[in-house]
Ligand binder design. Sequence first.
Ligand code: ATR
Length: 277
Amino acid sequence: MQNAGMAALGLDWRYLAFEVRPEDLRAAIEGAKAMRFMGLNLTVPHKVAAMTLVDALDESAVKWGAINTIRFEARDPQGRWQPFQYFSGPLPDEVRSQGFNTDADAIVHALRDDLDMKLAGARILLLGAGGAGRVAALRLAAELPSEMFLINRTADKAEGVAEEIRERFPQVKTSTSFPEAKVDLLVNATSVGLKRGDGLPLDEELFPLQRAAAVYDMIYRPAETTLLKVAKAAGCRTANGTGMLLYQGARALELWTGRSAPEEIMRDALVKNVYGD
Ligand code: ATR
């Protein structure tokens, strides 16, 4: 997806994957900065740890408490920090890393595009309170749904996220038990469904899927998890996590290049890469 996007923008850049151990994350970020990489994306388990390892935090990282995108920057002659792409000659000596979060907005973007969701005033059931679940919960709460139901295997974690929502978005009614009545949206932010043979991330005795108008699974591989299959059969509108993956990546590419991302080219490459031809 990123390499296709970069090629379409006429850039001779390469996007590469590196596996980094948590204890090496600081060295990896500093090393990439020393080598004058344009930027980085981070995934599990680095998104929260990176918060204390970058030189500056964009508002998006502060707001959602996690970083999935780093941009390396240097000062322009006016003293403003700019992405490396801004400089045509050699880079100035003073450089820094800035952390961003492009995941959070991608959730809202995908729900609007793929499920035609109107989140303001909606009733939302969210499964999962890990790294992805916490960011999803807070970002969805910022859209001011009328009520959020947060469910997690480890109940304390859902309670912690609910408490955070009550502090930051007191208008949103928040509970940590399954709703009795219908919801407009159910989101799966657990990892249940990733592995072959995984079942549902919830107990249908506690919440039958017919009660959800729409179901979003943040998982994109497999394309149809058990949750999506059962939800579809129950008559729910459904979408998988491909849109989220695309939009967080498109915004990252825009941060590095300062140009608009060729989203459709990136989508085609993503779909081809994840699902084959
Ligand atoms: P991520 O960054 O992808 O969110 P994570 O922080 O490890 O990864 O979170 C994984 C989520 O899936 C958590 O909500 C986890 O529940 P716990 O907080 O109880 O660990 C959930 N999860 C993982 N395996 C699960 C399972 N077998 N049943 C139910 N929930 C599960």
